[in-house]
Design a protein around this ligand. Structure first.
Ligand SMILES: [Zn+2]
Ligand SMILES: [Zn+2]
Ligand SMILES: [Zn+2]
Ligand SMILES: [Zn+2]
Length: 372
């Protein structure tokens, strides 16, 4: 028997984007949309209806905003995590997840004047424990600024904190201002003149940070593909590096959003947690994503440009989505594309693209175990 909906359907075929569900009357408009949108499995996706969103914020709007889709928000309420918006198969799995998803707030360092903290790792310029399977480790940084110049608006680095992936402090110090301070911004920084007396000069601070980041790797290798050097994570890295008068290759940087937190330890912890969370997402991997050279070495080519309009016209929306590729390197690749091949990769490629359904395989996701 024909389902009733078949009969009542509008006679015109709509062309629907397989990723964001936008509909077009003309196929060529869908193709133009696909070419522009660069949808990929790395985009945030609703765990209920599988709609792809441009950003995590638009996903939040879709699933729990004021105009949220009713079905999706209902299921999120029943078995979804309000923090990371993931949906779970059972309330038990959800409860297990919630314990690791909601992390305790880090204890702020406060503003008691202390001697610099330096972990043993930077004595030799490399960490004592070798990272697993040659995986590149990340370090989070945060700088606190005081003001210089006649109106106090010039940022001067006055305090810096570096932490490792376990949230352990690798380095913390107050920094000697490079120009006279005209505004200690005490309300925000908690700092006064006393904090910055007889403290470490900027050059020494920079050398120590570079030593930690370089991790014994040569500068040429660092510029090329990073080698054993560490990735740098932070809320406002451009500004921090600027104030440190420091250069670090773009491909080794991971940016985070700016927040209003002003304890350098808390701030670097939140940057690190966000990074690890993004890194731990189990997006299905495309064929050559791991072997693709680092993004800085090639200019991005829109995959749709290598197809003839006629060929594109013949493709189904799903096929169009399959050839679409993101123009950024997703952080999930940092974890999954280690220099040595991982067993899991072949397994993922075989089952792609049905692999995203494998939700709840938390045991495969090392990063969710960061609470220690
Ligand atoms: Zn779309
Ligand atoms: Zn990804
Ligand atoms: Zn949805
Ligand atoms: Zn969660």
């Amino acid at each position: 028997m024909e389902p009733e909906s078949e009969l009542t359907k509008a006679p015109t075929t709509r062309h629907k984007c397989s990723a964001c569900f936008k509909q077009y009357k003309l196929k060529e408009h869908l193709i133009a949309h696909m070419k522009k949108s660069l949808h990929s499995p790395h985009q945030p996706k609703c765990g209920v209806c599988e709609k792809h969103c441009k950003s995590f914020e638009s996903l939040r709007e879709h699933i729990c905003g004021p105009l949220a889709k009713a079905d999706c928000s209902k299921i999120l309420k029943e078995r979804g995590c309000g923090l990371c918006l993931e949906i779970f198969d059972s309330p038990n799995l959800l409860n297990e997840h919630k314990e690791i998803c909601c992390l305790p707030a880090p204890v702020p360092l406060g503003t008691i004047r202390t001697a610099p903290i330096q972990s043993e790792t930077d004595v030799l310029g490399r960490s004592s424990q070798s990272p697993d399977r040659g995986r590149i480790e990340a370090v989070a940084i945060d700088c606190e600024m005081v003001g210089g110049g006649t109106d106090g608006t010039l940022d001067i680095c006055a305090r810096v904190c570096l932490i490792d992936e376990e949230e352990k402090i690798l380095f913390h110090t107050y920094v000697e201002p490079i120009i006279p301070v005209t505004d200690y911004r005490t309300g925000v920084t908690g700092m006064t003149e006393d904090h910055l007396k007889d403290v470490m000069p900027l050059k020494e601070v920079r050398d120590k940070i570079m030593n930690i980041l370089q991790n014994g790797e040569s500068i040429s290798r660092l510029r090329l593909d990073g080698g054993k050097a560490k990735r740098l994570v932070g809320h406002s890295l451009d500004n921090d590096l600027n104030c440190l008068r420091m250069n670090y290759p773009d491909h080794m940087l991971r940016y985070e959003i700016q927040t209003g937190v002003h304890d350098p330890y808390e701030d670097s912890v939140s940057a690190m947690r966000l990074y690890k969370r993004m890194q731990g997402q189990d997006h299905p991997l495309g064929k050559s994503e791991c072997s693709d050279p680092p993004y800085h070495t090639k200019s991005f080519a829109n995959p749709f440009d290598s197809w003839q309009p006629k060929e594109l016209e013949k493709m189904t929306p799903d096929e169009l989505f399959k050839i679409s590729k993101s123009n950024y390197r997703c952080w999930c690749l940092d974890l999954r594309c280690s220099p040595e091949p991982q067993l899991e990769l072949s397994e993922m490629e075989q089952t792609w693209p049905s692999w995203p359904a494998a939700r709840g395989r938390a045991e495969n996701r090392a990063t969710w175990g960061w609470s220690s």
